[in-house]
Design a protein around this ligand. Structure first.
Ligand SMILES: [Zn+2]
Length: 103
């Protein structure tokens, strides 16, 4: 969320957005202008950085576009069970002697 504030969102027409860094390189992304596509019909956003596909976490570029288009609730598609409080039930034992402590 914090990194999303370091980008300017430019609407390129249709459902295409360019995210340009403001004020210098961004950690892990540098000065790369990232492209995000919004599929308005099913709340699916694709970003060419592919962070969600790689890490299972939504990227700062998509968060910025969501804010621009006034999406205030993160779509269920982007909330993987492994990042929720129910993760232990989904993942099972961690292999260690203790179960993960969840609040
Ligand atoms: Zn991205």
């Amino acid at each position: 969320m914090q990194e999303s504030m370091s980008y300017e969102c430019r609407h390129m027409g249709g459902y295409e957005f360019d995210l340009a860094p403001i004020g210098g390189p961004i950690p892990f992304y540098g000065t790369w202008v990232c492209k995000v596509h919004e599929n308005y019909n099913n709340n699916v956003y694709t970003c060419e950085c592919c962070k969600f596909d790689r890490d299972g976490m939504i990227c700062c570029h998509i968060l910025k576009v969501m804010k621009e288009v006034r999406v205030y609730d993160i779509p269920e598609t982007y909330i993987l069970k492994r990042w929720t409080w129910d993760a232990a039930a989904v993942l099972g034992e961690t292999g260690g002697s203790e179960k993960p402590k969840l609040r």
